[in-house]
Design a binder for this molecule. Structure first.
Ligand SMILES: [Zn+2]
Ligand SMILES: [Zn+2]
Length: 277
């Protein structure tokens, strides 16, 4: 049994208060075999400010501490979640020169300049019209990301629905965006990259979103999928990872990817899921 949570934050991120070692202890407690720290580097931050560089020192220090404490008990990946790279691809590429990276997740957390770079988390979705304006802009940014291709997996594809549907109860779905999602996935496959099944707030609606995305990805020849709980606190470490593995199986995938040195290691799902059952 090899459960790997491939998306995790620590207090190096602006929105977490927990050191890496404590998150790693939680991962051990949750029965995980591996995790990857993917703290935020947002080219445009939650306030809409541009950051062309990133200070890796805190991540290097905390990674070394966590490895010294728990590195003999589970695999501790050294990664990053790069947000809003289309705002400045060159800046993102510079930051990704960091040696020893295991995994790069590319995400879009903010609207583009046309939407004043609003953070989806901060927006107040009081109408479906506003949701659709943001979703059109969002998928446009994801197309640019897929074309860029300098990442390992695309992060949480249905991300804005967390706030539009799950938090603000707007009746929006991904249905009107199936064509653009297909194109994003096609370009991702063409670039030899993967996608992430993000199990933060995992519920029947989000599972259905991912079932559609994963099925299309597989039809297009996509094989690389990571699973990550996007935990910002110890209690969410490993959340619904087993459910994510099961959904991958249901969508016809035989392997889940665990990234080491920015290279996917393919773990057989039949073995993982059945040995856990
Ligand atoms: Zn994210
Ligand atoms: Zn995240």
């Amino acid at each position: 049994m090899f459960y790997a949570d491939q998306h995790m934050h620590s207090n190096i991120s602006f929105d977490s208060h927990t050191p890496r070692t404590t998150m790693a202890e939680a991962a051990l407690g949750a029965g995980l075999s591996a995790l990857c720290f993917t703290d935020h580097y947002d080219v445009v931050d939650e306030n809409g400010h541009i950051h062309p560089t990133y200070d890796w020192q805190p991540a290097r220090r905390q990674q070394a501490e966590a490895c010294a404490t728990l590195g003999d008990q589970l695999v501790l990946g050294y990664g990053i979640e790069v947000g809003n790279a289309p705002e400045n691809f060159a800046a993102a590429e510079g930051v990704l020169q960091e040696p020893g990276l295991d995994l790069v997740i590319a995400s879009i957390h903010n609207g583009s300049a046309a939407l004043n770079r609003v953070d989806y988390y901060c927006a107040d979705y009081d109408s479906t019209a506003l949701c659709h304006r943001h979703l059109e802009d969002y998928f446009g940014s994801l197309l640019q990301l897929a074309d860029w291709g300098q990442f390992d997996v695309l992060g949480h594809l249905p991300y804005p629905l967390r706030y539009m549907r799950d938090r603000d109860h707007q009746p929006v779905t991904l249905d009107p965006y199936q064509d653009v999602i297909r194109e994003i996935l096609r370009r991702t496959v063409q670039a030899g990259r993967g996608i992430e099944l993000n199990t933060c707030l995992y519920h029947p609606d989000s599972a259905a979103d991912y079932a559609g995305i994963l099925t299309t990805f597989r039809e297009l020849g996509g094989e690389i999928v990571t699973v990550g709980a996007d935990a910002h606190t110890p209690n969410n470490v490993g959340h619904a990872i087993a459910d994510g593995y099961q959904l991958l199986c249901q969508c016809g995938f035989r392997y889940v990817s665990h990234f080491v040195g920015r290279t996917p290691q393919f773990h057989s799902l039949s073995k993982e899921v059945s040995s856990h059952a």
